[in-house]
Ligand binder design. Structure first.
Ligand SMILES: [Zn+2]
Length: 208
């Protein structure tokens, strides 16, 4: 949930528009509007440490996800395995240039930038190295965040095209398992990266 709009020490309730002085709450607790009971904001426990851990795990998973065989195809007694990179090369060689570009963007480029951005924001906030550029970075992260779920869709595209190209038996490889774990990490990052906490820290640092 998006945090209530804050202006220094004032919090505006998004549901009833009440202007309240910002309550001091401990990590792991939620601030509730006394008027209407809506959630004003919540402080998660160790949000930056969790984001660092999850985004780093996601970044490490990229190597097996890209390089290990993603799907195996058995046909006419022969067995072929293809990694994500192979799939993109196959798409390029088959003349599906735009599909290849879109698959590359949504399965490799955007998830990598999304995880790197989350990792950078978490490290910068955790070690209090907040600069004006982090503000730009954080806004860009918001834009990317809304695009990340699309890679689930494009993973489906890869499998479908493979099925169309060769109506054969498909087996799941280590690459696909790593990719699914990577998607889970990417989704967890969106949950652990506490936007309210980051805005608070940035406001404090940039005011000084
Ligand atoms: Zn309210």
């Amino acid at each position: 949930m998006k945090p209530a709009t804050s202006l220094n020490n004032v919090v505006i309730c998004r549901r009833c528009d009440a202007a309240l002085s910002k309550p001091n709450i401990q990590p792991g607790h939620k601030a509730i509007c006394p008027g209407c009971g809506a959630l004003l904001f919540e402080l998660k426990k160790n949000p930056m440490e969790r984001t660092m851990a999850v985004s780093l795990a996601g970044l490490l998973l990229f190597f097996p996800a890209i390089l290990l065989p993603m799907i195996g195809v058995s046909a006419a007694g022969a067995h072929n395995e293809a990694s994500l990179i192979d799939c993109i090369v196959i798409l390029l060689n088959s003349g599906y240039h735009i599909v290849a570009l879109i698959v590359f963007l949504f399965t490799i480029a955007i998830p990598i930038v999304h995880l790197l951005a989350a990792f950078y924001i978490a490290v910068a906030v955790h070690f209090n190295k907040i600069s004006q550029s982090l503000l730009v970075f954080f806004r860009s992260y918001h834009v990317l965040d809304s695009w990340t779920m699309l890679h689930v869709f494009f993973l489906g595209v890869i499998v479908s095209i493979y099925k169309i190209v060769d109506l054969a038996e498909l087996t799941v490889g280590g690459g696909l398992i790593s990719f699914v774990l990577l998607l889970i990490c990417s989704t967890l990052v969106s949950v652990t990266l506490d936007h309210y906490y980051v805005w608070e820290k940035m406001e404090q640092a940039l005011e000084d």
